[in-house]
Design a protein around this ligand. Structure first.
Ligand code: FAD
Ligand code: SF4
Length: 462
């Protein structure tokens, strides 16, 4: 087997083929390639990759079992730390986490081990072969309500159920999964994979009640009466909007609306699904994160329009996963750096064009990135039929407004201590609703930590 300095490349669909449909872009490793890539891991005694992983997966351990062709054992190690490995293998920003920390980065001309792609390979193999059996500890008498079925809620519920606690998830939408189903598109994360991983969690005994909006259909007080503890993992689903002149024009979407119509309501399958999205000929997406990449690539796949992304900083500062940005470029999305919309121009109530201001980079701001500063009198006008704003999300107020006694921080997120206990006894919270918009694996880490704190809380009250 080779131990090349470079990664074994993965198979991807050709850009000119994949930019016309919603099938998965990344085809991943064949077994032979996965084994070859696994050989590149040095099996470090002090594995830096594990320190870079928010849920501390035993990365050398799962790779070692893969090297030995013990794929079921490898999957078992992954599942011990991570209930959603097929999802994380696809969407985690590994370059900032495990792979960013891999020791091979420090060796001349070496590339880090492709940990994410190996995780995807092992998790997909296990989905196909179903070798692992479910093991649940003796049933406990205590029950826990989980509000929200995103990665934080799913992980919290799975961890508790595995340890014998009775767990029910309440989800506002008709489908469980949170952003994994309504935000991240099919071509990055097929929904069948999300469903498979949710089914595995249900097999631990977790119950999922959909179409229940906590705060409307049922109150938090009713949940507190019925359950011994509550976890709130309701994410940050309310979009921020630019609020510039012309924002009321037809043709301006928030990324949340645009992506929900495509992912959850399957508008790309119109007329089989009755929810079309018409983009017109020219689409502009505002933003530089994963959400902007997903919106732009989805808009391109609807097949009507050219798509531009406008971003107020430069390529070096975009927060999107690097792989998604490269995929977007390959697929034909045009990027316009140092640009910011200042006005939407309409005709008969419909969007026609966007007035753009040119920017330059100034001093670093609180995030450490150089602040974008407008260049005086430097404007341009881009023709546009659709604008999708992807400039961030804030907490949804529906539940929070019904519990004014719950302490929030200055950004309107739930204030929780280091154990994820909130200001209300027996109520814990985690994921985006506490941190603000973050990542899948961070939300999962929070779900696990909250579950551990809930167990401690319940056992103290025995
Ligand atoms: P969510 O996933 O938001 O789930 C919250 C759930 O709570 C939702 O299902 C919601 O319907 C439900 N809910 C809300 N209010 C109520 C209520 N009152 N009653 C009942 N249920 C309620 N991260 C990555 O790591 N990699 C990526 O590639 C990536 N891409 C992304 C792309 C998009 C388009 C978006 C929007 C986000 C992306 N993220 C990505 C971020 C990541 O998805 C989130 O950080 C993560 O999903 C947060 O998990 P969560 O459990 O906190 O909340
Ligand atoms: Fe393998 Fe890199 Fe982790 Fe070392 S740091 S164990 S080489 S993946």
């Amino acid at each position: 087997m080779s131990t090349s300095k470079k990664r074994v490349p993965t198979r991807e669909r050709a850009p000119e083929e994949r930019n016309k449909d919603f099938y998965e872009v990344n085809l991943g490793y064949e077994k032979r390639d996965a084994m070859e890539e696994a050989e590149r891991c040095l099996q470090c005694k002090n594995p830096l990759c594990v320190k870079g992983c928010p849920v501390s997966i035993d990365i050398p351990g799962f790779i070692a079992e893969l090297k030995r062709d013990h794929i079921s054992e490898s999957a078992k190690i992954l599942k011990t730390y991570n209930y959603l490995p097929a999802i994380c293998g696809r969407v985690c920003p590994q370059e900032n986490q495990c792979e960013g920390a891999c020791i091979l980065n420090r060796m001349k001309d070496n590339e880090p081990v492709s940990i994410g792609k190996l995780e995807k390979f092992v998790a997909d193999w296990e989905r196909e072969h179903k070798t692992l059996s479910v093991s649940v500890k003796e049933k406990k008498s205590k029950c826990v309500a989980v509000v929200g079925s995103g990665p934080s809620g799913l992980t919290c519920a799975a961890y508790l159920a595995e340890r014998g606690y009775d767990c029910t998830i309440f989800e506002a939408l008709h489908m469980a999964g949170g952003v994994l189903v309504y935000g991240i598109p099919e071509f990055r994360l097929p929904k069948s994979i999300v469903q498979d991983e949710i089914e595995a969690i249900k097999s631990l005994g977790v119950k999922i009640e959909t179409d229940i909006i906590v705060g409307k259909t049922i109150t938090i007080e009713e949940l507190r009466d019925e359950f011994d503890a509550v976890f709130i993992g309701i994410g940050a689903g309310t979009p921020k909007m630019m609020g510039i002149p012309g924002s009321e024009l037809i043709g301006i979407y928030s990324s949340s609306e645009f992506l929900t119509r495509i992912n959850l309501m399957k508008s790309f399958k119109f007329p089989y699904f009755d929810t079309p999205v018409r983009t017109g000929k020219h689409v502009i997406v505002v933003g530089g994160g994963n959400v902007a990449m997903d919106a732009a690539r989805s808009a391109l796949r609807l097949g009507e329009a050219d798509v531009k992304v406008i971003y107020r900083r430069t390529e070096s500062e975009i927060p999107a996963r690097i792989e998604e940005y490269h995929h977007a470029v390959e697929e034909g999305i045009e990027f316009h750096w140092l640009t910011n919309p200042v006005e939407y121009i309409g005709e008969n109530g419909r969007l026609k064009a966007v007035k753009i201001q040119r920017m330059e980079l100034g001093e670093p701001d609180a995030s450490g990135r150089r602040r974008p500063v407008p260049i005086e009198n430097a404007y341009e006008v881009f023709e546009a039929d659709t604008v999708i704003e992807a400039i961030g999300q804030t907490p949804n107020k529906v539940l929070l407004e019904t519990i004014p006694q719950l302490k929030l921080n200055r950004w309107g997120n739930i204030d929780a201590d280091e154990t994820l206990q909130t200001s209300m006894d027996g109520i814990f919270a985690g994921g985006d609703i506490v941190t603000g918009a973050a990542t899948v694996i961070e939300a999962m880490g929070a779900g696990k930590l909250a579950a551990q704190s809930i167990i401690e809380h319940l056992e103290k009250r025995r």
